[in-house]
Design a protein around this ligand. Structure first.
Ligand code: UDP
Length: 323
């Protein structure tokens, strides 16, 4: 298939492009290069630099390529930033996404795969989280993702779009080629590995008085290749749906640091810090629906495998894509 991939020069998008190419798909990456890297786009995928916020740009790229499906990774994705600058979250995640969707339907492309988020649920009362729990986001990031899910439903009704919205839990790990390289790194695993590389002298643990067994927050880490795999499976879907995309296993911040100590052989000193605003204590997916409907099964769900692959990539790219 001819697949138009927004954000395909970024972390999850670039790994998905690798997997799409392995399946024989033809790929055009559309990325504004704010967090994207040219070297992350593997050949023979082509890169068009442009912004989904600019309808003319995205429309020209889509109408030139005439895709059979769109996979939409591009977007703003930092909870903290959304609390100080909600405007860019609604602009890019809602209006930018709608520009793309509109450009797609105008060329008759009605298959759409969207990167949504478990942040659309807010503070869930039930664990593990299935798709029926109420969506009550607690930050503009989660809200902007939820609104775009609703936009998709209206485009399904009005234009007959078939969509798959994948609500990611914590993407982690790396492929042999692509990994995490952001301008400002806030995520747990890359920060832990930067301490092991000697780029930082210690790790900050944001809160150890949560109501969890060791007091630190629990997250569901999914290998980025497994995430990519779900997008490829979604291309075969004949009906629309919303899916949680997590492994179903939860690990605490301390468990992640301990596992990284074993893998890297570094002591990784850690200091307790106050909790980070807006962090839910526990986010773990029920992956039953995605497994049942799509036959998705994570292959790299061991935390040690996730951290090992991230460590291999980071050692090979100590300065990210500029290494
Ligand atoms: N975290 C931490 N120290 C860090 C970065 C993250 O203790 O330097 C914690 C964070 O508070 C959260 C978990 O690690 O409980 C995962 O955070 P991350 O930013 O990786 O993903 P999020 O779940 O926020 O999307």
């Amino acid at each position: 298939m001819r697949i138009f991939v927004t954000g395909g020069a970024g972390y999850i998008g670039s790994v998905c492009v690798e997997e799409l190419l392995k399946c024989g798909h033809e790929v055009l990456v559309f990325d504004n290069m704010e967090e994207g890297h040219q070297r992350a786009v593997v050949s023979p995928a082509t890169l068009t630099v442009g912004d989904i916020n600019n309808f003319e740009q995205v429309n020209a790229a889509v109408s030139g390529f005439k895709p059979e499906a769109v996979i939409h990774f591009a977007g703003k994705a930092l909870v903290g930033e959304s609390m100080t600058n909600p405007y860019v979250y609604y602009q890019t995640n809602v209006m930018g996404g709608t520009n793309l969707l509109e450009a797609a339907v105008r060329v008759g492309c009605k298959k759409f795969v969207f990167s949504s988020s478990c942040a659309t649920y807010g503070l869930p009362e039930k664990m593990p989280m299935d798709e029926r729990i109420p969506q009550r986001p607690i930050n503009p990031y989660g809200h902007s993702k939820l609104i775009f899910e609703q936009v998709l439903k209206w485009y399904e009704q009005v234009h007959g779009v078939t969509f798959t919205a994948l609500r990611y839990f914590n993407a982690a790990g790396a492929s042999k080629v692509n990994g995490e390289d952001r301008k400002i790194e806030t995520h747990l695993i890359p920060n832990v590995l930067d301490v092991a590389l000697g780029k930082k002298d210690h790790m900050s643990i944001f809160g150890n008085e949560y109501n969890t067994p060791d007091g630190t927050c629990i997250r569901d880490y999914v290998h980025v290749i497994d995430l990519a795999d779900a997008h490829i499976k979604a291309l075969d879907r004949a009906s629309s749906g919303f899916y949680n995309l997590g492994s179903g296993d939860g690990y605490s911040v301390l468990q992640v640091i301990e596992t990284a100590r074993k893998i890297t052989g570094h002591a990784i000193p850690a200091k307790m810090m106050p909790p980070r605003p807006g962090d839910p204590p526990r986010l773990v997916a029920s992956a039953n629906k995605v497994k049942m409907d799509m036959g998705w099964k994570p292959r790299f769900n061991k935390l040690s495998t996730i951290i090992e692959t991230a460590w291999e990539w980071r050692k090979a790219h100590p300065n990210g894509y500029n290494s």
